[in-house]
Ligand binder design. Structure first.
Ligand SMILES: *Cc1c(COP(=O)(O)O)cnc(C)c1O
Length: 396
């Protein structure tokens, strides 16, 4: 059997390669950070990590993680409800709820699991989920696992959302779900308008703050802070794998009855291991840092503004953004690949995205800013963009 199956896989792999879609992984031999070293010996400036607050290699988080290894050990060897809950897990859940001004929090091994396990226990075939067309894969998969009827609206399109809400009026309960920041453009969901429409058409709201927590809003509380609607959404999901330290872990935070049901019924919570205590300990330290000072959030905002203004001045076509994502539009797939490859030679590590990751004819380079970047890093990146932009005829 396997001989035939191997031929089948080889054929598929070749198709992926011929379409130019094969993903090769670069190997990093240093800690994650603004400056990284690859196994080729090349040292590059990293502009493609989700390390928004520069915490991936934070001495303070490392210290918190290390000391918890001594007093709480390495792993939990259990799901939460059997014997996988420590005081650190409970404290982190409480801190995340305080950070977002919500009522309670439930931790998962990843936000993929938080989204995968949130819909099915809460809604059934009598209900409706109304989902943005550009929502993250984990939301799409989570919705698939749920029996609720699915409605889809065009990205951030409020007249389409209103239309879908009207169509869903015969359902028992309605939940509108959106990413806070959409990762390809860096645009922010118009959550104030979404909440207003949800009020008008009697729906609940869920926002995934994975790319916005720690990033968007004056103090990094995400899109609800940006629009001054703290407490107005029922469900927030997020990750500990991006701005919040970059290790692993996800969470759902919101109304306490919702969290209580998830603890009883959410399958990725009930049937998957607890996050290690060291990740919880570092998470606690991370929330403390973000609550005590705004230094990192301020630096990220300054860096994002500085870079984006600089790129616009150079004449690049930048997607409107309110996040730490800067999409440099090049439109042609080949050009985005060549541009990224040339930038790497100049010591700037960014990724070119093209179909099917983004729509056809919408190829781009995505730059992700970080509080870990210093001004000289940003200047070096701007210089490299200018040089290659002129070389490839993108700017004059
Ligand atoms: C990254 C991301 C996730 C997945 O988070 P993990 O914790 O890495 O599983 C989920 N939703 C959105 C919007 C994301 O950007």
């Amino acid at each position: 059997m396997y001989n035939n199956y191997r031929d089948h896989l080889d054929k598929t792999l070749n198709e992926i390669k011929e379409a130019g879609l094969y993903k090769n992984e670069r190997i990093i031999v240093s800690p994650q950070g603004a400056e990284i070293e690859l196994n080729t010996g090349q040292k590059v400036l990293n502009f493609c990590a989700n390390n928004y607050l520069g915490l991936s290699n934070s001495p303070s988080l490392i210290e918190a993680a290390k000391s918890s290894l001594d007093d709480h050990g390495y792993g939990m060897s259990s799901v939460r409800f059997i014997c996988g809950t420590t005081d650190l897990h409970k404290e982190l859940e409480k801190k995340i709820a305080e950070f977002f001004s919500t009522e309670d929090t439930i931790l998962y091994a990843a936000c993929f699991d938080a989204n995968g396990g949130v819909f099915e226990p809460l809604l059934n075939e009598e209900d409706a989920i109304i989902s943005d067309s550009l929502n993250h894969a984990s939301i799409i998969d989570g919705v698939r696992l749920c029996k609720a009827e699915r409605y889809r609206y065009e990205n951030a399109d409020m007249s389409d959302l209103e239309k879908q809400l009207k169509l869903a009026q015969s359902k028992r309960f309605r939940l509108v779900v959106t990413d806070g920041v959409f990762s390809m453009d860096g645009n922010v969901a118009p959550l104030d308008k979404i909440v207003a429409l949800a009020d008008k058409y009697n729906a609940m709201v869920m926002v995934d703050e994975s790319h916005s927590a720690g990033v968007v809003g004056k103090t990094g509380r995400g899109v609800t802070e940006l629009f001054n609607i703290t407490g107005k959404v029922e469900i927030i999901t997020g990750t500990l794998g991006k701005a919040f330290g970059g290790a692993i872990g996800g969470f759902t935070t919101g109304k306490k009855e919702i969290i209580e049901i998830l603890r009883q019924r959410s399958r990725p919570y009930l049937f998957s291991n607890s996050i290690p205590p060291m990740v919880a300990a570092a998470g606690i330290r991370m929330i403390d840092m973000m609550t005590e000072t705004n230094i990192l959030q301020d630096k990220l905002h300054w860096n994002s503004e500085y870079f984006i203004v600089g790129m616009k001045k150079l004449g690049f076509d930048i997607k409107p953004t309110k996040s730490a994502i800067c999409a440099v539009m090049l439109y042609e797939a080949r050009l985005s690949q060549d541009f990224a490859a040339r930038l790497l030679e100049e010591g700037i590590y960014v990724i070119g995205f093209y179909f099917p990751v983004v729509a056809k004819g919408q190829a781009r380079i995505r730059v992700q800013l970080s509080a870990g970047h210093e001004k000289e890093h940003l200047d070096k990146a701007l210089k490299a963009f200018e040089k290659i932009g002129k070389e490839l005829g993108v700017i004059k």
